[in-house]
Design a protein around this ligand. Structure first.
Ligand code: PDD
Length: 284
């Protein structure tokens, strides 16, 4: 079934949407993106994603392609046009197209694309089994708080993880875990403290991360925002990742070594349920 995608003010069948070969998103990865989950036709954490979109655009000096109101109505319209109730909305804004040059003009018209990916986000079988990760050296650029489409290192890391029989990779820099290839990493210590890396340009400021920390604090859990090492993660009671596509996903093996009992733990499960309940109640 062909989707209807959005491209620069037009709704087109996916096979008819075309972007210039000179687009700086294509030639220089000069583009940013967002991924928003959709459940029952509602947008999860839309305010967080649209806020970060604006911060990413500002960080790269790319003009916002549409107004805030229009952005929200496009999110609604793409769901209606595709009859999608559950899945993801992907959007990407690149600086625009001009003849290849490292230097860019400041009057380019951004290229703005949106598409949907239909999937039952509330029925993820991996929540029951958990996932396994490998640790790998951090190899991405240093402005990781900007959600750019420079995802080659992360993509290769996931391929390497799969080659080694794992699901994902944790990146390690100066002895500490930054985050996973496309999600934030968290541990629950044996004393029951939720530890997650503090915000900086070393990692993406995940929208799901922010809400999960908030919910954990509201539930009375001790929360520490600081770096942690692979050894600390391997010795933790629980490890999990958070993202708009996984919500809260337990990690049950790191570098082949079981975490805790080697099965999803109660804190991850409780936080996932609370996250879904709380964010669905605020979905728009
Ligand atoms: N990735 N860290 C990285 C490197 C990410 O790519 C993502 C999200 C996150 C989690 O952020 P959030 O909770 O706002 O989704 C952390 C998206 C889902 C992706 O690239 O598909």
């Amino acid at each position: 079934m062909s989707r209807i995608v959005y491209l620069n003010g037009q709704w087109l069948p996916e096979t008819e949407a075309r972007i210039s070969v000179f687009d700086r998103g294509f030639v220089f990865a000069d583009a940013i993106y967002e991924v928003t989950a959709v459940i029952g036709g509602k947008l999860i954490d839309y305010a967080g994603h649209s806020g970060r979109l604006k911060r990413s655009l500002a960080a790269l000096g790319i003009q916002a392609p549409v107004s805030d109101d229009e952005m929200l109505s496009l999110h609604r319209e793409i769901l209606t046009r595709n009859g999608m109730t559950d899945g993801l909305i992907y959007l990407q804004v690149s600086r625009g197209a001009e003849d290849r040059d490292f230097l860019f003009s400041d009057d380019l018209t951004p290229t703005f694309v949106m598409f949907t990916q239909s999937r039952p986000v509330l029925a993820n079988p991996k929540w029951q089994t958990g996932i396994s990760v490998i640790t790998m050296p951090e190899g991405r650029w240093v402005q990781r708080q900007i959600k750019t489409v420079q995802l080659l290192y992360s993509s290769l890391a996931k391929m390497e993880a799969r080659k080694q029989g794992a699901d994902d990779a944790f990146f390690v820099e100066d002895g500490f875990i930054t985050e996973a290839s496309s999600s934030n990493a968290h541990i629950v210590t044996k004393a029951g403290t939720l530890v997650t890396r503090d915000l900086s340009n070393a990692l993406l400021h995940g929208i799901t991360r922010g809400w999960v920390l908030d919910l954990a604090r509201r539930a009375g859990m001790a929360v520490e925002e600081r770096g942690f090492t692979p050894a600390e993660a391997k010795d933790a009671a629980e490890v999990f990742i958070t993202s708009a596509t996984n919500f809260v996903m337990p990690v049950v093996r790191i570098d082949g070594q079981p975490v805790g009992a080697g099965t999803p733990g109660p804190v991850s499960e409780t936080l996932r349920k609370r996250y879904i309940e709380d964010r669905l109640a605020s979905a728009i």
